[in-house]
Structures are given as structure tokens and as C-alpha cells.
Design a protein around this ligand. Structure first.
Ligand SMILES: [Zn+2]
Length: 477
């Protein structure tokens, strides 16, 4: 039996591929960047690389102004005895962005840019791992920090305050700025919202582009613990989208790259407690929806179109959001029934590397699907990602009013709902003469009657196709 189902679904998959590939270009794709759908795979209905990956620029003038402010603040704090003396201890860093506990997603961030170690410009790029995930600009600015951007739904997540910026190490706030607009889409100037922390070893970390009004209420001179919230991610200042620009200086004021790697010319050792690899292949999100997600133009928030309850026979949109999707690594998607068996499955393999990408497929839940708790599952790079959804028989609410012949409300009238199998439910009217039945199966026919001691009513036969709110009964004279 199981074997037959597998063969049948394989035939359907083949038919889909053949019809979709007649001109060599699978239908329904919004991106031209994916090449060659491997044989036996079903192309996505849409998606592609997420190309609006943020970048920024801090002008030399702005940078000098920030450094001056920090220096003056430190002098003032030291003079007042309010800052701990520097010590030679190592200050290991934890990751400075975390998902807000209440926000529903697997993860909220990805990396668009590292520090540029190639001093030449423009377009002379080298990151710590000898790759080119960085940028410079024609005026000679080489990207001096790490850009951690929000993915998926940058603006939606920013608006929900779904991504928190936390202190990578304990220290003292040595400067901060807030009150600047936070929906910047281009490198067109402007001041950012930022917090600057001096660590025990005199190194200083910059946390920039925060959401307006989100910076910590603690004042310059106050201490923060590692992991303490400093603000939320925004796009203030010279920025093309919501992200954290994290910049680090050692005690001597020299720019550092926290990542240890062959092409890091600034420092030989890693600053991280645990350095994450150059690529972190994972799913940041896996959603079920009633429609594909919508990504409008910057700075409008995205519409995820998430839906979690479906009827048998209904269309379901499965969308996957990758951080670091790698070439020739197959992702296996499946719809898993309540008993753990697989209803349908499909694969995806791409031929490129993307910092961030998204793909969606439209699928149909079978008309005879068992009701209960299902899962959309994606297996990628050795990990399994599950997103629950519910298949439930479609139901409606049937309600109405019971009145006397002259229109006065009748309380305590008994209303009876009887289905074709003679299964009976009853409801009693309120003092306003109102009654209601929830969870009435759509598609079925019912005989509805009202009874009181004084009046008779004409029974009604109704076939339910949706909510019915005016099934009224008026007493007969
Ligand atoms: Zn940056």
C-alpha cells in the first residue's frame, strides 16, 4: 500500500517537472539566480536570493566625532572615579544579536558584511576568511565592522522589536545617542542611534543603527553585564536596512576584527567566546501560509501571510527562509501527518551560495487528510526544522433570535439542531432571545427547530456553507 502511494506521488512529481520545464525555465520563479533544477526535483513556485541585504557607511568625520565624544566621556568618568581601571584580562565576546523571547521564528539574523581587510578601493575586498563578504566605497571607506541583518522580514521584525542587541561583553557605557529616525533605506547621511561600551581591558565596542527610542535607559558611566539588552535593531543613520553594525577597537584604539582567520590583518586571535564558522547553514524560518509572503519596497514592513489552520483539500503555502544556503546541499521538505507518517515530500538543491534566500511552494492538503496536528518539516544540513499546523474539518457558527409574533425576545426557548444522522444538539436563548451553535460542520444539512411553552415555530432546513447569523424564529399566531 505504502509503496503504491510512493510510486503514484513520484509520477505526479515527474508530470509537474515535465510540464514546468518545457522551455527549460521552470515556471513561477521570481528569481533568475537559481540555475538548473536537478532531475527529480520540484522547482519552487517563487523566491530567490534576498538581495536587500543592508550596508552602511560611517563617514570619517562622523567616526572622528564619535571617538572624540567617547574620549571626553572616559576622561570625565576617570576624573570622577566612575570607571574601573583597565586590566590586561581577555574580554571574550558573545554574539550581540538575539531573538526576543516572545518572537516566533527559529532565528532572526544573518550576516551581510564583515570587515574589509583590503586597504585598496573601490571594489578591492577581502574578509577575514579571504572571501569577499564585505564592501568599500569610492571615497576610500573600507567597511570597519560586522553587519548583522534581520532575516526573514527585516522591517516586520524591527517593528515587532523581535531582535535585541545585547552587550557582547560586560563594561561601562561610554557614549550613546538616540532620537534619530530609524527607517533609512539609503546611504544619504544622518545620525544613528548607538551605544558604546568600554570593556575591562579598555577595548571599546560600537553598536549602531538602533531603532529610535530603543537604547538602554542606563546613562553614560553605568555598567552593563554581558548579554544585557542595549536596544533593538533598526535602520538609523547611514544605512540601507535594519541591521546591527558592530565595530570593535582594542585598548590602543586600533580597529579589530573579532573573527580569527587567515586574511585578518588586524589581530591574530579570535575575540569570540566561541567563533561561529564562516557559513552557518540553517533555516531562520519555516512557515505555513494562506498566500506567499510579500516583500514590499523599503521601508515598508513585509507581510508574512502566515496561516496555521487548514481544511482538508485546502491549498497550503510552504515557505523556507535560509541563512547561508549552500550549493549541492539538498533540503527535503515534507508534510507530516498527525501519526508521524509522511503525506508528501519534495526536494530542493541549489547551485549557488546565498547569505539569505527564501523559497515557497504551493501544496494541496488531500481532501481525505486526517484532522489533527500536522507538521511542515525541512531537513537541511543535518538538522530537522518542524513547523506545526492544524488540519481541521471546516466548521461554522449558526445563530439567530427567537421572538413572539409581535417581535418580543423570548428567553429560555429551546433551539434544536438535528443532522442527517439524527444527532441532536440543543441551545437555550438568552434574555435577548439569542442562541448560537459553534463548530457546525460545513457541507452538512440540518433541521433547526425552536420550542417554547406558549408558541409554535416553523422548522427550518439549512445546508451550511459558512457562518449563518440570522436563523430567526418568529412565533406563529
Ligand atoms: Zn556596517
Amino acid at each position: 500500500m505504502k509503496k503504491m502511494i510512493l510510486i503514484a506521488s513520484f509520477a505526479v512529481m515527474l508530470a509537474v517537472i515535465m510540464s514546468a520545464s518545457e522551455n527549460g525555465v521552470p515556471t513561477g520563479r521570481t528569481s533568475a539566480s537559481q540555475v538548473l533544477i536537478p532531475q527529480g526535483e520540484t522547482p519552487p513556485d517563487g523566491g530567490g536570493e534576498y538581495t536587500a541585504q543592508p550596508m552602511d557607511e560611517i563617514t570619517e568625520e562622523q567616526r572622528e566625532q564619535i571617538k572624540l565624544e567617547i574620549r571626553l566621556n572616559i576622561e570625565r568618568l576617570e576624573y570622577g572615579g566612575k570607571i574601573a581601571p583597565a586590566s590586561p584580562e581577555a574580554v571574550p565576546l558573545i554574539w550581540p544579536v538575539q531573538k526576543a523571547a516572545s518572537f516566533a521564528a527559529f532565528n532572526v539574523d544573518a550576516i551581510s558584511n564583515y570587515v574589509d581587510h583590503n586597504a585598496a578601493f573601490p571594489n578591492q575586498l577581502r574578509d577575514w576568511n579571504c572571501g569577499t563578504r564585505t564592501y568599500d566605497v569610492s571615497n576610500g571607506y573600507n567597511h570597519a565592522g560586522i553587519d548583522v541583518f534581520l532575516w526573514p522580514y527585516s522591517w516586520y521584525t524591527m517593528d515587532q522589536q523581535g531582535a535585541e542587541i545585547i552587550a557582547a561583553a560586560p563594561g561601562v557605557i561610554v557614549s550613546k545617542s538616540d532620537g534619530n529616525p530609524d527607517r533609512s533605506c539609503s546611504l544619504s547621511g544622518g545620525q544613528w542611534n548607538a551605544v558604546y561600551i568600554r570593556h575591562a581591558d579598555n577595548s571599546i565596542a560600537w553598536y549602531g543603527h538602533m531603532k529610535n527610542g530603543s537604547t538602554t535607559t542606563k546613562a553614560v558611566g553605568e555598567s552593563v553585564a554581558a548579554g544585557e539588552k542595549l536596544g533593538t535593531v533598526g535602520s538609523s543613520g547611514n544605512s540601507t536596512g535594519p541591521h546591527l553594525h558592530f565595530e570593535l577597537y582594542n585598548a590602543a584604539g586600533q580597529l579589530q576584527d573579532p573573527f580569527q582567520g587567515t586574511c585578518n590583518l588586524m589581530n591574530a586571535t579570535s575575540w569570540w567566546v566561541s567563533q561561529e564558522p564562516y557559513r552557518v547553514p540553517r533555516l531562520n524560518g519555516l512557515t505555513t501560509g494562506g498566500a506567499p509572503p510579500v516583500f514590499p519596497a523599503c521601508p515598508n514592513p513585509e507581510t508574512p501571510n502566515i496561516k496555521t489552520v487548514f481544511a482538508p483539500g485546502e491549498q497550503i503555502f510552504a515557505t523556507a527562509y535560509f541563512r547561508d544556503q549552500l550549493p549541492n546541499v539538498t533540503t527535503t521538505y515534507s508534510l507530516v501527518r498527525p501519526d508521524g507518517t509522511i503525506d508528501q515530500t519534495w526536494n530542493q538543491t541549489i547551485q549557488q551560495t546565498f547569505n539569505a534566500s527564501w523559497w515557497w511552494w504551493s501544496r494541496t492538503i488531500p481532501a481525505n487528510a486526517p484532522t489533527g496536528n500536522w507538521k511542515l518539516r525541512a531537513g537541511y544540513s543535518g538538522n530537522t526544522f518542524d513547523t506545526p499546523f492544524v488540519v481541521a474539518a471546516p466548521v461554522a457558527t449558526v445563530s439567530g433570535r427567537v421572538t413572539t409574533p409581535s417581535g418580543q425576545n423570548l428567553r429560555n426557548a429551546i433551539v434544536t439542531l438535528v443532522d442527517a444522522n439524527n444527532v441532536r444538539r440543543t441551545a437555550t436563548t438568552s434574555s435577548f432571545g439569542l442562541y448560537s451553535f459553534d463548530n457546525v460542520a460545513i457541507g452538512a444539512s440540518y433541521t433547526i427547530t425552536a420550542t417554547t411553552k406558549r408558541f409554535r415555530f416553523t422548522p427550518q432546513v439549512r445546508t451550511i456553507s459558512g457562518n449563518l447569523s440570522n436563523v430567526d424564529f418568529i412565533g406563529l399566531e
